[in-house]
Write a protein that binds this ligand. Structure first.
Ligand code: PEP
Ligand code: MN
Length: 374
């Protein structure tokens, strides 16, 4: 890292800066021969332990003695996209997120009875979902709301996964949930309310499976990325970020879908980023337009709450949509992918047709055909 120092710096200020640099874990060296009376300080990381790159930049940038940071060096966080670094891709069952691939996750907010879940899973898959979502450990705002089916729900998820042949993502609320959840799922979900739960992030990061990390509802994009860093640092190589809306002041929608941040994240990180229009909108009628917007802004996938009888969903009924409405979203996504030069990855047995999805014996994951655009 190279610092440009303020002109005519007093020796006291200069010495104080050198001391601070050492405290931050650097060996500072004055660069000789810099022209125009400008003094440059080259900072080499010392062997004395880990640097926190983000904090370092902030602290140094705030110093009176520092005119500017000329070269911040390579970012050290694993989430950061280095110049020209391609997207990371994350595979979950048949789904591929990132690297020009889009995949769809669909299912109920919370896992319901046997026959309901299997019906949703079959219809979501036929409509184009490669991953089934469904919570069994529900992080509810009120302790009196339905808390999920717990271990019984896990067993059910496992059965439906086998019978329908679809990958499963489900939320874990605490480290002790992880072991049993691993048995029946293909991806762990860390929800908005737990984005800052660092023991859970570390434990999930060690689980040896992909993790879907949802943005905290009041988290900045940097805090979100640093939460992902906990997963990466714990050894998880397959992190997918999910924008699900942040708190706003307007109760017309449940949250504010932060599309600007999705676009920002696509540049700031190589990790795939997906959009959850359901928790952003909180209203079934807004899911389709928000899903379209998410795809258009560059998301690598969508996660949508789908229920075969939305009014009877055990949680988040107001935002649940039917499998038929989900099929419309899949068709929209196919059209947008075609326009954007991306590939929508469908279940091997699913083809999207203009009037609805249908099964095909073809075993290829395909980019959906470009439908007629007006
Ligand atoms: C969920 O996806 O089931 C959920 C609870 O979402 P969030 O964590 O985004 O509120
Ligand atoms: Mn929900």
């Amino acid at each position: 890292m190279l610092l440009k120092l303020r002109k005519n710096l007093s020796l006291t200020d200069r010495d104080a800066l050198m001391a601070l640099c050492r405290d931050l874990g650097f060996v500072p060296r004055a660069v000789t021969g810099a022209s125009g009376g400008v003094e440059l300080l080259d900072l080499e990381p010392s062997d004395a332990g880990e640097l926190d790159a983000a904090r370092t930049l902030t602290v140094l940038g705030d110093q009176y003695a520092v005119a500017s940071i000329v070269d911040a060096g390579q970012p050290r966080e694993r989430f950061a996209r280095t110049p020209n670094q391609p997207d990371s891709t994350v595979r979950v069952g048949e789904a591929i997120f990132g690297g020009g691939h889009m995949s769809l996750i669909a299912g109920p907010c919370s896992v319901d009875e046997d026959d309901v879940l299997i019906d949703i899973a079959r219809r979501a898959k036929a409509a184009g979902a490669t991953v089934l979502r469904g919570g069994v450990h529900k992080p509810r705002t009120s302790p009196y709301s339905f808390q999920g089916l717990g271990r019984d729900g896990l067993a059910l998820l496992g059965r439906v996964r086998e019978e329908v042949g679809i990958a499963v993502v489900t939320e874990v609320l605490e480290p002790s949930d992880i072991e049993a959840t691993r048995e029946v799922s293909d991806m762990l979900q860390i929800g908005s309310r737990n984005m800052i739960n660092t023991p859970l992030l570390r434990a999930a990061g060690r689980a040896g499976m992909p993790v879907l990390l949802k943005r905290g509802m009041t988290a900045t994009s940097k805090e979100f990325l640093l939460a992902a860093e906990y997963l990466l640092d714990a050894g998880c190589g397959d992190v997918v970020l999910c924008e699900r809306g942040i708190r706003g002041f307007d109760s017309a929608t449940r949250n504010v879908l932060d599309l600007g941040t999705v676009a920002h994240l696509k540049g700031a990180t190589h990790l795939p980023v997906i959009v959850d229009p359901s928790h952003a909108a909180g209203r079934a009628d807004l899911i389709r337009p928000l899903a379209r917007a998410g795809v258009a802004v560059g998301a690598d996938g969508l996660i949508v709450e789908v229920h075969s009888n939305p009014a009877r969903a055990k949680s988040d009924a107001d935002q649940a949509i039917s499998p038929d409405d989900f099929a419309d979203i899949a068709r929209d996504t196919a059209a947008l992918c075609a326009a954007l030069g991306k590939t929508l990855v469908l279940p091997k047995s699913t083809r999207l047709a203009p009037g609805g999805a249908s099964s095909s014996p073809d075993n290829e994951a395909v980019a959906a055909p470009h439908p007629e655009l007006p």
